[in-house]
Design a binder for this molecule. Structure first.
Ligand code: BEZ
Length: 215
């Protein structure tokens, strides 16, 4: 029998974040509850697994930094609420780390499928390590995917949020390896006139298309 191939449409940068109403460790939560805040929605493969446990401790560690930037954090896996609660209690008991953010129990896989969090080549049943950065208008602004075996880098998640917020605030772009305080990049000029104007404006330009400035 021919295998039934289901088209999976992955959400993309710039798309409205797929709507959801989900059961979590903090009660029922809807996407619209986060309107007006930034949101980091992340998935992990399974509760009570080693890499995921290190990630949860690391997410708890940066929770204060996220809050300072107006960012909420929401976890997800296809485990039950009871499993999430037991795992969070275990992390607190064994490592002394309290998990302060809600975790979606997506047993039905509704949220998982609408965000394309299962990558069947990696695992047919578990969600891979996804990070969706959703802005206050509920637009997806960045997506990271990591395989089951690689824990995510919290410094990069914070750096990405800082870069997006800097872009929004100042209408600039950020260069490779940028971190807050570094020079930012002027977006490419759209006309010849803008290119010529730019060279007169006191930016640090290597040429008309690569101009940097301090904020
Ligand atoms: C882990 O978190 O350690 C893990 C989870 C699923 C597959 C492999 C590793």
């Amino acid at each position: 029998m021919e295998e039934l191939k289901q088209e999976i449409r992955l959400p993309r940068i710039g798309d409205p974040a797929p709507d959801f109403e989900a059961v979590t460790t903090h009660g029922t939560i809807k996407l619209e509850d986060y309107k007006g805040s930034w949101l980091v929605l992340f998935s992990h493969p399974a509760d009570f697994t080693p890499v995921c446990t290190t990630e949860f401790m690391a997410f708890a560690e940066i929770y204060g930094e996220l809050q300072k930037r107006g960012v909420e954090l929401l976890g997800l896996s296809v485990d039950s609420v009871s499993s999430h609660i037991a795992w969070a209690r275990n992390i607190e008991e064994k490592a002394g780390v309290k998990i302060p953010f809600p975790i979606i129990a997506d047993l039905s896989k509704e949220v998982t499928l609408s965000y394309g969090m299962v990558h069947p080549g990696e695992s047919k049943t578990e969600t891979v390590r996804c990070v969706f950065i959703i802005d206050p208008n509920q637009i997806i602004r960045a997506i990271l995917y990591y395989p089951l075996t690689t824990g995510r880098n919290m410094a990069e998640i914070l750096r990405l949020i800082d870069a997006l917020q800097t872009t929004d605030q100042h209408g600039v772009a950020t260069p490779a390896n940028w971190k807050p305080g570094d020079m930012v990049v002027m977006p490419p000029p759209k006309t010849q006139e803008m290119a010529e104007e730019r060279l007169k404006q006191g930016y640090e330009c290597k040429d008309w298309y690569l101009c940097m400035k301090k904020l």
